[in-house]
Design a protein around this ligand. Structure first.
Ligand SMILES: [Zn+2]
Length: 186
């Protein structure tokens, strides 16, 4: 009986997480990877979610998920938001180890959703979509080419490309040196 209850709880959590991912406009392949649900089941959840949606419509994104770390270097604001999100992941224990195969535990995905929703609360003009955030989390967890490092000048966390010699400090310090180019609030 207890095993049945446990399975029921996990199935319910899986569905709850899937709905959260749909609300964040995650692609079907990402939802499938995160929840283990089939593509057919996810499509039905999409339809069910759309029927019950009163606010702005969720866009169903298609095509490949983001796979370019250069996205997070597009501007000072992109860099600062990436650092903020990386710091939140680290605070919540989600950068401790690379993702397991065949996929993450559903509890970890739920925690990742908590972190992303916290990020949306503290960043009123977010540039990082859920898909970008998921990709950034995967890359940082591997601690290979890109790491969450301390800036040698201000000691804040920033996303550092370990293969690049420059820049060697965070976006906020670089922006502070530029005349009339103070970073916007995040
Ligand atoms: Zn700095």
């Amino acid at each position: 009986m207890r095993i049945t209850d446990c399975r029921y709880d996990r199935d319910r959590l899986r569905l709850t997480v899937a709905y959260r991912l749909i609300a964040h406009e995650a692609r079907t392949q990402t939802i499938r990877h995160c929840t283990g649900l089939s593509g057919d089941r996810i499509r039905k959840l999409y339809r069910h979610y759309m029927q019950g949606q009163a606010g702005p419509r969720v866009r169903r994104k298609r095509g490949k998920s983001p796979r370019q770390m250069s996205f997070f270097r597009r501007s000072v604001e992109h860099e600062l938001q990436a650092a903020t999100f990386g710091a939140l992941l680290r605070c919540c224990g989600l950068l401790g180890r690379p993702q397991r195969l065949p996929g993450p535990r559903i509890e970890e995905v739920a925690r990742f959703c908590d972190v992303y929703e916290t990020f949306l609360c503290i960043c009123p003009a977010p540039l990082i979509t859920f898909e970008h955030a998921w990709y950034l989390g995967q890359v940082l967890a591997h601690r290979d080419e890109f790491v969450l490092a301390r800036c040698p000048d201000c000691h804040a966390l920033w996303v550092r490309d370990t293969l690049d010699i420059l820049p060697d400090n965070c976006a906020a310090c670089r922006a502070a040196r530029l005349p009339d180019a103070a970073p916007e609030d995040c």
